[in-house]
Write a protein that binds this ligand. Structure first.
Ligand SMILES: N[C@@H](CCC(=O)N[C@@H](CS)C(=O)NCC(=O)O)C(=O)O
Length: 253
């Protein structure tokens, strides 16, 4: 499939691999720690990188004021750079309080552990288990959907022929959303405020819109909620302004 393409953004400053350092347990009556350096979230394209988007939404959910550092991942030199940053050679990666965290689900769990008051995970333990389950399902599944409908925030396709193999993924996702909306009353998957699960499914909402996937009313309303979520609007505005264009986009990205 022909698609817009990504370019080289500015090369990020060389980063030293962060040394893992145990965080001291909080002590009673200890003075408040001075705020550390601003956390950094390494991402790639705002238009194409669904995992970068998820990482960003998770940081916003945790109330973390992150500096975004962009690494264009198509350039072999940047892959070497990225390898220094994250052993998986994948983004997103979060550097926070001297600790590096890569892989989106690990970022989600670490932030929820550090900011339990953020509501990133539902308070109720049954809801929390469901939130973790559907987030895990997104993280490890839906391969056909991800390869057949790659994220491309700028694009709009009308009469897009959806690969038959992706249809069960689309149906399963709609069933997940419907169950959550019925159980917790919306507008987010676990009720009035967004959680990790909404960050995980946000790029699916954009894919449904990009490729004109027909949706039942509840799913459509959920997608509208996600697109109107403040950090999502912030990201979308910047993605649209991103200059780069991909020549070919035939991989999940
Ligand atoms: N399982 C990883 C997936 C991350 C991922 O696939 N990231 C893509 C960008 S969306 C990437 O960094 N690709 C690098 C490359 O293909 O060179 C996570 O959860 O963070």
């Amino acid at each position: 499939m022909r698609s817009p393409s990504k370019s080289s953004a500015a090369k990020p400053p060389a980063a030293k691999p962060a040394k893992a350092k145990a965080e001291p347990a909080p002590q009673q009556d200890a003075p408040r720690a001075a705020p550390g350096p601003r956390p950094v979230l390494t991402i790639s394209s705002k238009n194409y990188s669904s995992w970068s988007l998820r990482g960003f939404l998770l940081c916003r959910l945790a109330g973390l004021d992150v500096e975004l550092r962009t690494v264009p991942i198509d350039d072999p030199n940047n892959r070497a750079e990225l390898l220094l940053l994250a052993p998986s050679v994948l983004v997103p990666r979060l550097d926070h309080n001297g600790v590096s965290i890569w892989d989106t689900l690990a970022i989600a769990e670490t932030l929820a552990e550090r900011r339990p008051e953020s509501g990133m995970l539902p308070m109720d333990k049954i809801a929390r288990a469901r939130c973790r389950s559907i987030s895990g399902e997104m993280h490890s599944g839906f391969a056909n959907l991800r390869s057949a409908l790659p994220m491309n925030l700028k694009a709009r396709y009308t009469r897009f022929q959806i690969f038959a193999g992706a249809v069960p993924d689309i149906e399963r996702i709609q069933a997940i959303w419907q169950e959550c909306l019925d159980l917790y009353g919306g507008p987010y998957l676990f009720g009035a405020t967004p959680t990790i699960a909404d960050a995980m499914y946000a790029p699916v909402c954009t894919r449904f819109i990009t490729y004109g996937v027909k949706l039942p009313a509840a799913s459509k309303a959920y997608c509208d909620t996600i697109l109107d979520w403040a950090p999502m609007r912030e990201w979308l505005a910047e993605a649209v302004a991103e200059p780069e264009e991909l020549e070919e986009l035939d991989m999940e990205f």
